[in-house]
Design a protein around this ligand. Sequence first.
Ligand code: 5GP
Length: 180
Amino acid sequence: MTKQEISIGERVFRIYLDESQIQARIRELAAEIQEQYTNTELVIVSVLNGAFMFTADLLRKLDIPCNLNFIRVSSYSGTETTGQVKTVMGIGDNIAGKHVLLIEDIVDTGITLKELLRQLEAEQPASIRVCALLVKPEKHQVPVHVHFPGFVIPDAFVVGYGLDLDGQGRNLPHIYQLKS
Ligand code: 5GP
């Protein structure tokens, strides 16, 4: 049975999106993505750590040839962004001339996405599109465009399904929202 509330340290979270809602939306996203890349070989760049579970589920539903790479960045401390994006691990493969789909867990201020796009564009791919499981438009501080958004959500901290609070909660199959 789905837990309606969970605690991480002192903080209490309530259920926001359950596993079946997430998986249903991922099936739709996979269909939308497939439609856009019919005759092209796709290079997926997944952003660690948060997007690992989303990437695994999305890729299993994508029935097109694709190559998978990971990039690792860090910018958060607790529930607040530091505004400084650190690339902890870069992508190994050459993406010049390739069609790239960047997979993010959540776009909040947009600062991470903007910096990632800057780094990837410098390698001159043929195209870059962005797929993010969650998007918080109210929190955007820089203009960013998400081509394939999973869910548009309000400004509240979430955990689960890959997303953490100080390293905890990534293994939860559902997404939980911080209780105010
Ligand atoms: P941004 O640079 O857009 O502010 O934040 C991007 C990164 O911050 C995300 O990839 C994610 O790792 C983290 N982040 C932003 N909002 C949340 C949130 O509500 N919950 C969690 N767990 N991480 C978040």
